[in-house]
Design a protein around this ligand. Sequence first.
Ligand SMILES: Cc1ncc(COP(=O)(O)O)c(C=O)c1O
Length: 405
Amino acid sequence: MVESTMQPPASPAFAQFKSRLRDDLETLKREERFYTPNLLSSAQGPRITMNGRSYINLCANNYLGFAQDPIIIAAAHEALDKYGFGLGAGRVVCSMTLHQQLEERLAAYKGREAALVCQTGYDTNLAALSVLAGEEDAIISDAMNHASIIDGCRLTHAKRHTYPHADLDALEACLRETQDARSRIIITDGVFSMDGDLAPLPEIATLADRYAALVYVDDAHGDGVLGRTGRGIVEHFSLEGRIAFEIGTLSKALGGVGGFVASDQEVIQTLYQRSRPFMFSTGHLPPMVAAGLIAALDLLQAQPERLTRLWANAGALREGFQRLGFNTGASATPIIPVIVGEAAQAMALGRELRNEGVYVQAFAFPVVPKGAARVRCIVSAAHSQADIEEVLQAFATVGRKLRLI
Ligand SMILES: Cc1ncc(COP(=O)(O)O)c(C=O)c1O
């Protein structure tokens, strides 16, 4: 082990700087917005050991149970042995054949000409948006879009417009306002991660056609989840050929890490040539991850019963919550919020559920609107019927104790 020797005390300027940070950290603690690490010491699965205690896990995006699948793990092992641990150079200098295979597989999965894999779903939005919209263009973004979209939009010089969540009249007003722009890009999450609701994508596509705009959809929570064969929101709504840019993440249903853009050749080639987040980083998918993801795509096709099980579990949990008298908002997917109102109530619900052995996370303003604090539940295909019943029992006990139902 490398010996550690503590460095001498910081300069007065740095001490002053740190004092400012301490004040800010204290504010976060007072407002119950201070995150302490939760330490997982078991495999990912429907039941986990977190901070030394066993729980039913309702916090993972591991929708299909792929993160702990032995076939995927074996494929990753094989690639680790064959190709080694890291990459040694960025993708432009040295892309591996595995990256190329994965991109071809993702393009086929989405039914698009080509795909580009990036380091994470977050990076993918930076990589894509920083290039796709320039000074003469306008981007029109749903107010509830994911932080990575917001940050990606900050990297462009395009004119930025935001419309209230899923408000088609407001979106149309933005489209009317931006008629002079060279290109208009409407940007939306496919599934919104705090509510589990779907973007009104057919209506958005119709407006895009009417105003000659382009649609950019981030299907992070739709890939592997939505559509008859798990190809995402475009398959779900039969919108093939009507969405210009499809963004996905490899860290959720596919069980690994990474993100991708699927589109037509000119788009993907341009991103490869011009995208700084893609080009100027050595940190691309290690070979074992790329190989595991290819195996995950195989499994998605070979085991459609996982998708069926995921939706059966989502239906059972949502209906169970509703039967108990909880408000599950607009959830139409395996993301199911239990909305209780004030931050303190949501925090108490989260704490009590963890005491009962159910691992959930509570969210309050500013992550969700004021008065709509909640615990968010994400169910997977790997949960058993007994897991779901145990969760509902815990919600019933805690809900009554806290007088929420
Ligand atoms: C819509 C959306 N885009 C992007 C991301 C980021 O993806 P990743 O976690 O793979 O970086 C998320 C995940 O939290 C998301 O919900």
